[in-house]
Design a protein around this ligand. Sequence first.
Ligand code: Q46
Ligand code: ZN
Length: 300
Amino acid sequence: MKCRRCKAPAVMDIRRHNASFCADCFLHHCKEQVRRTIDDFKMIAPGERVLVAVSGGKDSLALWDLLLDMGYEADGLYLGLGIGDYSDESGRMARAYADKKGAKLVEVDLRDDYGFDIPSGSKAARRVPCSACGLSKRSLFNKAALDGGYDVVATGHNLDDEAAVLFGNVLRWSTDYLGRQLPVLPGEHGFPRKVKPLVRLGEREMAAFCVLKGIDYIVEECPMAVGNKHLGYKEALNDIEAQSPGSKAAFYFGFLDRASALFTPQAVAERVDLKPCATCGAPTTGDVCAFCNLVVKATK
Ligand code: Q46
Ligand code: ZN
């Protein structure tokens, strides 16, 4: 197996591109994929300040590394979710990377700052942990970005993540979610712009990127994810991909090219009715936003 770019012995093959790469050319390939994604979807303009949502996992640390390497002014944001050893370890990984690079890591801790953690708070609020967690993350990323004067929030969702979410949304024809499943959501109505620069790179590529760059990341999955639907969709898509390489990318990018616009009118209509939350000021459709409601129930 030889590197497609320089003909040196290859260390990594990417079946959907029908290509193999040596270590240096693979890292170059990752950077080019991200550069193309940022340019094509107009994700980040020169001089804009980026807040990277860092979980301590491979995707978010690789994204932070790529953005810093490409010269973006990118700070990290770590959210302490209070999920036992998993959170302790993931926080250590995020801090270790920031220290190594001399990069700025903003930290918000659900327990210290809001009085609950995901395992106990979701129980008290009678919500599925991942739903309470996702809601908290969305709200706190927005808040941290606006408070810190950032122009963009970047998350490490990769091709496997986006294809699995799309698969779930299509299985249930969740047309409202389909209207919002884009690699860039504009900043408007009091929300910062949200971007996903890793959508052209798969899970396996992100793990290889971290190994080749010597980035330590938390390998364990969050214990709350065990048995959730999202992992099942990923497995189903992996089976399809193994039989027919390129299916995931065709599914996701075909949706973006040919179908997503059909669902956007509904998503746009929903955003027009937003007003400030009576408690925290964040944009919401009700009087009090979903996160403030969660805080009340989770801390009872
Ligand atoms: S961290 Fe949170 Fe995930 Fe854990 S509780 Fe669920 S949503 S699985 S990405
Ligand atoms: Zn609120």
